[in-house]
Design a protein around this ligand. Structure first.
Ligand SMILES: [Zn+2]
Length: 449
């Protein structure tokens, strides 16, 4: 627990926020790339003739393209039950008279599991994903944009958790949820054997959603282009319990490193209120030269009730005054000389101010003209709002209107091309799952272009 990115005491060196794949180098088997092609498998002198790599690859991606989770069980089920699908992938069903092994036959579940494992361990899913995105960028299927948008999403973990009690530095009892423990060894007496305990599901954690709803799952960070609505990267977060505000900067940094051709066009990144933090905005500006624009986080839930201008009932934490008649005042701008925000009463559908014929006139704008009530609110009253970037302004709202496009990208990845319930444990499998989804997503983009 104390090695996790969200450990109660920071580790030295600090644990990475994003999942870092450890690529397992495999011994080269003396196969030349030129000797392999769809349907052509390398020559092997001993043992059974191998399965076709491209056939296996197609079956995984085809499964995702049909909207199912690209995991061995599902792939096997489809290959077995759908002869047309098996044929498209380059496999044939067992002929009745042939009882022995024949290499174009539909692979066994075990073979599909082995294939997925090798692709995951060697980081090949991730490399294909990168190549697909790069191809789409180079061929103009995706155009660079001035803005990027980011968010995180959760997938339900395939594991249980237990709550661990510990004492913090002050000796107070604290609780933290973590994955159950296991050992890799085959000793009979785990309680007393010398091998180390390990987390059964590395990376899983408690994700707190709005309304204090808690989910045991894995967290992915997604970055995309808002105008076109295209996700360009999805990355597993090392510890799902990590706060969203911490994941965005390292992820933007990583994507810039992987796609340097996008760097000249990018000016601004958008995120939800989790990144509304002055220090983080400064870091984006200083280290990457990018403006971070985040939804406004008022950091207070109560409305402002005093001091208020005449006729105003309250000002919401988002800086919107509401008058006695229940109208929201329209933000007009700033009067710098007086250090005030200016608001005006909205107009009704007939184009006249709502103040005309208002019953509260006597306590509010008795003397005002047909333009309706205008009020000013001092900067001091709204101390939590930055006057250089007020969230009430039309410009701020116009920019933030593009942020929710990331939710649609997430829906495509999570619901249309897969399943949000994982069937494997650990971050490596989770990242592989995201990569497989991203590969089919970008294949589909290219096909539909
Ligand atoms: Zn042991």
């Amino acid at each position: 627990m104390f090695d996790r990115a969200t450990a109660p005491r920071p580790t030295d060196p600090p644990a990475p926020i994003l999942y870092q794949g450890e690529v397992v180098q495999r011994k080269a088997q003396d196969v030349q790339p030129a000797d392999v092609a769809p349907g052509v498998v390398p020559l092997r002198l001993v043992g059974r003739k191998p399965k076709c790599f491209f056939g296996l690859l197609k079956s995984f991606l085809g499964t995702s393209l049909m909207g199912f989770a690209a995991e061995p069980e599902q792939v096997h089920l489809l290959l077995k039950s759908n002869p047309a699908f098996a044929r498209v992938c380059g496999f044939s069903h067992k002929e009745k008279e042939r009882s022995h092994y024949h290499h174009p036959q539909v692979p066994s579940l075990r073979k599909l599991e082995q294939f997925d494992q090798i692709m995951t361990d060697a980081g090949i899913w991730g490399r294909i994903k990168l190549a697909e995105v790069k191809t789409n960028l180079a061929s103009g299927v995706i155009r660079p944009e001035q803005e990027w948008v980011g968010d995180t999403t959760h997938y339900h973990a395939y594991s249980g958790f237990e709550t661990v009690c510990y004492e913090d530095e002050k000796g107070n009892e604290k609780r933290k949820s973590q994955s159950k423990l296991t050992k890799r060894c085959r000793c009979e007496d785990w309680e007393n054997c010398p091998h180390e305990w390990q987390l059964r599901d590395v990376g899983a954690g408690t994700i707190v959603k709005s309304g204090k709803k808690m989910i045991w799952g894995h967290k992915a960070s997604v970055i995309g282009l808002p105008q076109q609505g295209i996700a360009i990267d999805a990355l597993a977060v090392a510890d799902a319990a990590t706060h969203d505000g911490q994941t965005f900067f390292p992820h933007v940094q990583k994507v810039l490193g992987e796609h340097p051709e996008l760097a000249p066009s990018i000016r601004r990144v958008l995120y939800d209120s989790a990144c509304d933090d002055a220090a983080l905005k400064q870091r984006f500006e200083d280290e990457l030269g990018i403006e971070l624009k985040a939804s406004f986080n008022p950091r207070r839930s109560k409305a402002i009730s005093e001091p208020l201008p005449r006729g105003i009932e309250k000002i919401t934490p988002y800086g919107v005054p509401i008058c006695l008649a229940g109208h929201e005042m329209d933000y007009q701008g700033i009067r710098y000389a007086n250090q005030t925000f200016i608001y005006r009463a909205p107009q009704a559908e007939d184009g006249l101010s709502v103040c005309m014929g208002c019953r509260q006139r006597a306590q509010c704008c008795n003397r005002s003209t047909s333009a309706g009530r205008t009020i000013t609110v001092s900067f001091n009253t709204l101390k939590h709002i930055d006057p250089s970037d007020p969230p009430m302004a039309k410009r701020f709202k116009a920019i933030m209107r593009r942020r929710p496009s990331v939710e649609r990208m997430i829906k495509r990845l999570k619901c249309d091309l897969g399943d949000d319930r994982l069937s494997k444990r650990g971050n490596a499998s989770f990242q592989a799952y995201l990569d497989k989804t991203m590969i089919s997503y970008h294949l589909l983009l290219r096909h539909l272009h």
